[in-house]
Design a protein around this ligand. Structure first.
Ligand SMILES: *Cc1c(COP(=O)(O)O)cnc(C)c1O
Length: 330
């Protein structure tokens, strides 16, 4: 089996959201706090990076290159993890350099990452180019695709499934549903593999965050392909049938990183009811989706619903203007 290094603190807490359970009658609502996993304000990319950076070091690399949007949590956490283990880090980010660095972008710089701005390309299209450049300067870069969603990164979430299973067993509270934000596919594929390997019955509901394709592939195909490769990592090959992938597309219409009344509503509900923060891009969109499913009784009555909090806190400070305007608008 692949080895991983330690970058965060696990297991992360899992607990009931008691006020939410009262607000949504017929459901008990729980949360899994991967936003509290300890590295640089936390988030789901920490579990992936524990495998990815171990792989980079084993293969003798001295530098990591990865890519994303300017407010990429994955890039911020890669920068922090590289700082911790002594790897150099180059980030390939979409858009033009802003006058002020804020939120995740500000933090990535504080961790010492070298940042390249690549205009319309926000999904790593220019990583090879940067790799060639720095190879000429003598570096030996390890390339991590957009979102850290390789079969190696996804192993982190099959482990997370085992972790959640132990917590369910310990507390006797078994989750009927696990709801989470799904965007580059690694979390979703890893959870699916873990669910299969560790024989859990919880239904996985991914809320799609980004309606755009990645290099011409839909998220559904990316998740299915990744699932096969993750199972392959466990020695399970020639999978005939991928388990059903539930990816809800109804909440991604505004586009990636566009904050609407839905996201604001979710942020306010959880903040005011429980004192817990969601990020405006991923977790707020997914949490809104979960509330909507419960409101419309799309989830079966008298069930336990677990929200997997995947992090993203620093983006709140980048989107403060949008969050203020929405607040004033009512
Ligand atoms: C990256 C990210 C996700 C999505 O995870 P994927 O594995 O890319 O699908 C969800 N929430 C937050 C906060 C993220 O940063």
């Amino acid at each position: 089996m692949k080895k991983k290094m330690t970058l965060g603190f696990f297991p992360t807490p899992m607990h009931e959201l008691k006020t939410l359970s009262k607000m949504f009658s017929g459901y008990r609502v729980f949360i899994k706090r991967d936003d509290l996993n300890g590295l640089a304000t936390g988030g789901n990319k920490v579990r992936k990076l524990e495998y990815l950076l171990q792989d980079a070091l084993e293969k003798g690399h001295d530098t990591v290159i990865t890519a994303g949007a300017q407010q990429s949590n994955h890039c911020r956490l890669t920068a922090a993890a590289c700082a911790k283990v002594g790897l150099k880090c180059h980030l390939v980010l979409g858009g033009q350099e802003p006058e002020q660095h804020e939120g995740n972008l500000l933090l990535s710089g504080l961790f010492g990452a070298k940042i390249h701005f690549t205009g319309d390309n926000r999904k790593g299209e220019d990583m090879q180019l940067i790799a060639e450049q720095i190879r000429k300067e003598g570096a030996n870069p390890y390339l991590i695709p957009y979102g850290g969603s390789t079969e190696i990164g996804a192993l982190g979430y099959s482990d997370a499934m085992l972790e959640m299973k132990s917590q369910m067993k310990e507390t006797g509270q078994w989750m009927d549903y696990i709801v989470f934000a799904s965007s580059s596919g690694g979390t979703h594929a890893g959870l699916l593999a873990g669910r299969e390997l560790h024989q859990l019955n919880s239904k996985l509901i991914g809320i799609s965050i980004d309606k755009d394709e990645t290099n011409g592939h839909s998220l559904e195909t990316i998740i299915a392909d990744l699932y096969r490769s993750v199972m392959g990592m466990y020695g399970i090959k020639n999978i005939k049938e991928v388990p059903g992938i539930e990816l809800l597309r109804g909440y991604d219409k505004a586009g990636y990183g566009v904050i609407t009344g839905n996201e604001l509503k979710a942020i306010k509900v959880l903040a005011e009811a429980e004192g817990i923060l969601l990020d405006p891009v991923y977790t707020a969109r997914a949490f809104y989706g979960m509330m909507d499913l419960m409101d419309r009784k799309e989830l079966k009555p008298n069930s336990n619903v677990l929200f997997l909090h995947t992090g993203g806190l620093p983006a709140i400070f980048h989107y403060s203007k949008e969050l203020n305007q929405k607040k004033n608008a009512g």
